[in-house]
Design a protein around this ligand. Structure first.
Ligand code: SAM
Ligand code: DTB
Ligand code: SF4
Length: 330
């Protein structure tokens, strides 16, 4: 089978995939996944919050917004490069292949914390790991400096569909998100861009978000699929839990739409049983966040994840895939 890479999916086509009988959807996703990822390798990415809380944006799901009243402990290590690199080394020793660092900022500002960020990126790359940063909006010049420091990927999510977006965030527009992504792409850094389910969106919203992602050329090299972690103190704290099989469907559909991207099974695994997580791997997820915490919330512990991968019969992947996905299609 030759994988066809398309950027012109309609919302109806994508919704049609999301609505397929589960077995049929899994079969289609499996065919794509086996071709794109022989051997079912899964990338292990560790996540660390370098600057926690105090963010000016009002994202309704986020514990770190000043507009919400969640209790997050401020881990102020943004100027301290060494402790962060020690955490990166520990992640590498535990088997991680990618180290992702988060700053709860509306946008990056120039100055000492940004210089420290560049040092952290250089240090992680020098250890032989991929380095990913998520820190809000940035300028062209900042994107270029991150690229020069060796940054592998910049994470900036769409979060939801353009239609549902206004119910989730008011302080930053969808268009601003797309412009940030464009700046990252132009600087030659790969994109990590995905979204969240379980925030009261419709099936059409899910299809619409996937359409924006699949419409990007090239596709984002990494597509995180998050299930909402309903954090106390956020406007979404009372949201009904997402249905794990819906996350399986999102992963499978993302895999069909973006055959060569890494589809990253991200937040929400703590509210899924092992079998649902294994279904996500079967549906085409080829990366997980690995380590006991995400940014401010929990994640399955390392031993449980080793056991999970072992029981699923999949191996950890190494870095060769990012380069493959970066090549523009046709
Ligand atoms: N300020 C940066 C930004 O928004 O780009 C930094 C990190 S932000 C926390 C990264 C992403 O994590 C968000 O865009 C969102 O998709 C996801 N996320 C944050 N809180 C979440 C939650 N409670 N449940 C699920 N996903 C979440
Ligand atoms: C992404 O899409 N998910 C990760 C990563 N990118 C930065 C973050 C998940 C955060 C979950 C909530 C928390 O721990 O605060
Ligand atoms: Fe700030 Fe990012 Fe949280 Fe939004 S998701 S409030 S931008 S840290």
């Amino acid at each position: 089978m030759t994988l066809s890479i398309r950027h012109d999916w309609s919302i109806e086509e994508i919704q049609g995939l999301l609505e397929l009988p589960l077995m049929e959807l899994l079969w289609q996703a499996q065919n794509v996944h086996r071709e794109a990822n022989p051997g079912y390798r899964v990338q292990l990415a560790s996540l660390l919050s370098v600057k926690t809380g105090g963010c000016e944006e009002d994202c309704a799901y986020c514990s770190q917004s000043i507009h919400n009243s969640s209790d997050v402990s401020a881990f102020e290590a943004q100027m301290q490069v060494e402790p962060i690199l020690q955490r990166a080394k520990a992640a590498k020793d535990a088997g991680a292949d990618r180290f992702c660092m988060g700053w709860a900022w509306r946008e990056i500002r120039d100055g000492a914390p940004f210089e420290a960020m560049l040092e952290m990126v250089r240090g992680v790359r020098a250890m032989g790991m991929e380095a990913c940063v998520t820190a809000g909006m940035l300028s062209d010049h900042q994107a270029q400096r991150l690229a020069a420091a060796g940054l592998t990927a910049y994470n900036h999510n769409l979060d939801t569909s353009p239609e549902h977006y206004d119910r989730i965030i008011s302080t930053r527009t969808y268009q601003e998100r797309l412009e940030t992504l464009q700046r990252v792409r132009q600087a030659g850094v790969t994109l990590c861009c995905g979204g969240i389910i379980g925030m009261g969106e419709t099936l059409r919203d899910r299809a619409s978000m996937l359409q924006v992602l699949a419409g990007m050329d090239p596709h984002p090299e990494s597509v995180p699929v998050n299930g909402l972690v309903a954090v106390e103190g956020t406007p979404l704290e009372g949201q009904a839990p997402f249905e794990p099989l819906d996350l399986v469907r999102m992963v499978a559909t993302a895999r069909i739409l973006m055959p060569r991207s890494r589809v990253r099974l991200s937040a929400g695994r703590e509210s899924m049983n092992r079998e649902a997580q294994i279904l996500c791997l079967q549906a085409g997820a080829d990366s997980i966040f690995y380590g006991d915490t995400l940014l401010t919330t929990g994640n399955p512990d390392v031993d449980a994840d080793r056991q999970l991968l072992n029981d699923a019969g999949v191996q950890a992947a190494w870095t060769e895939k990012t380069a493959l996905a970066t090549a523009p299609s046709n």
